[in-house]
Design a binder for this molecule. Structure first.
Ligand SMILES: [Zn+2]
Ligand SMILES: [Zn+2]
Length: 393
């Protein structure tokens, strides 16, 4: 494509998003007002599916057998583009990660690219991917065969500020259970095995371990069951713990050390320990440099301002199952700011910032920037195949 044709395609994508903006904002607000947690996103999946179907996409609901996954597809071009729509909320916090904006901007980008699919030579797919906030929906979809033929996987995630290159962590999610023996806490305490003490020892050991861990790792969790009665020795306790590191490999080494802290709790208290993964581990992110460069240039052209590195680095201490997609196919996962500082993802104030003027600007810009980036990637692919003599572009 000539520069002129690229500019023209981008102008049309922009216009299409502007036309659709009121309905995209309405979709985002509807998702925000009806938060559904991992694997329960029935309304969200249905609303996203309907919006794409109405626009002309062929939609598979319950994609690959997952009730809240969808695949919407349009076009037959050789270059296959996958736009990810996450739509799960956080337990107790609503849309405090702004996935309402991810879903609505994926729809917006799909709408913008649909009329351009043929001239760009792309197949446009929008995937509704459940359970990013724990559950690893994209990992389950990968294992069922999704995404493997994509030339680019792309999504834009809300954050306090704009950050082009995401470098999310690898993370594992474990469910911890201790079993002890219940006994009357006053009359027969010596008959008991205290499964709550096991957590106390484990947390103490983890706290001490932290000072020996590399600064860019994270270990954090919550105890979810501590006992049932103050006058009975707790016989059953549970918790949920995450471990994060730069790579899956480093994560596995770190997990061994973390697990020994839980074993210490079992040993000291006499309880028995069970550690079970809640989902498969999320991989670290691998960025496609060409698509990232296109996104960055487009964002600057649109007047977005990227955060300075000291602020930007913090978002990259998070993790995403998009990391696993990025290990399989070229991918980018930029963050778009909703102007929420000092508040950030997973705070209720951030949920509040995921509707309103700054969120609407982020939604419209993210829709346009995904479309513009796809236009650049498609035109580069077309000129590469022309110069290879493999096609006409
Ligand atoms: Zn989140
Ligand atoms: Zn998120």
């Amino acid at each position: 494509m000539s520069d002129l044709r690229i500019e023209d395609a981008k102008r049309r994508a922009d216009e299409r998003v502007s036309e659709a903006a009121p309905s995209l904002i309405a979709l985002s607000e509807r998702l925000h007002a009806n938060p559904e947690t991992a694997w329960q996103e029935h309304q969200a999946a249905a609303w996203v599916a309907t919006a794409l179907e109405d626009a002309g996409f062929a939609v598979q609901r319950a994609y690959l057998g997952f009730a809240t996954a969808i695949l919407a597809e349009y076009g037959t071009g050789p270059l296959k583009i996958g736009i990810m729509a996450e739509y799960d909320a956080l337990p107790g916090l609503g849309h405090a990660c702004g996935h309402n904006l991810i879903a609505a901007s994926a729809v917006g980008a799909g709408l913008a690219l649909l009329p351009l699919a043929e001239e760009l030579g792309v197949t446009v797919r929008v995937y509704g991917t459940p359970a990013e906030e724990g559950g690893g929906g994209k990992i389950e979809l990968i294992e069922a065969g999704a995404f493997a033929d994509l030339d680019l996987a792309i999504m834009v995630h809300p954050a306090p500020v704009d950050v082009a290159e995401a470098r999310p962590f690898a993370v594992s999610h474990s469910h911890i259970t201790y079993e002890g023996v219940s006994a009357h806490a006053a009359a027969y305490p010596d008959e008991g095995v205290n499964a709550n003490d096991a957590f106390l020892i484990a947390q103490l050991a983890l706290g001490l371990l932290r000072q020996q861990l590399p600064a860019d790792t994270r270990v954090h969790g919550i105890q979810t069951v501590g006992g049932f009665a103050p006058n009975a020795i707790p016989e059953h306790t549970e918790g949920r713990w995450y471990v994060r590191a730069n790579t899956l490999e480093e994560l596995h080494r770190l997990e061994e050390r973390v697990n020994r802290c839980f074993e210490a709790g079992a040993l000291a208290s006499g309880s028995t320990l069970r550690i079970e993964p809640e989902s498969k581990p999320y991989a670290e992110f691998r960025t496609d440099e060409q698509a990232l460069a296109a996104y960055t240039a487009n964002a600057i052209a649109r007047g977005r301002v990227f955060a300075d590195p000291s602020t930007a680095g913090r978002m990259n201490r998070a993790s995403t199952d998009m990391g696993n997609v990025s290990q399989l196919v070229p991918a980018i996962h930029p963050y778009i700011g909703v102007d929420s500082l000092p508040f950030a993802n997973h705070q209720k104030e951030f949920a509040a910032a995921c509707v309103g003027p700054a969120a609407e600007r982020a939604l419209v810009d993210a829709s346009v920037l995904i479309a513009w980036t796809v236009i650049d990637v498609a035109s580069a692919a077309a000129s590469a195949s022309r110069s290879d003599g493999l096609g006409e572009g």
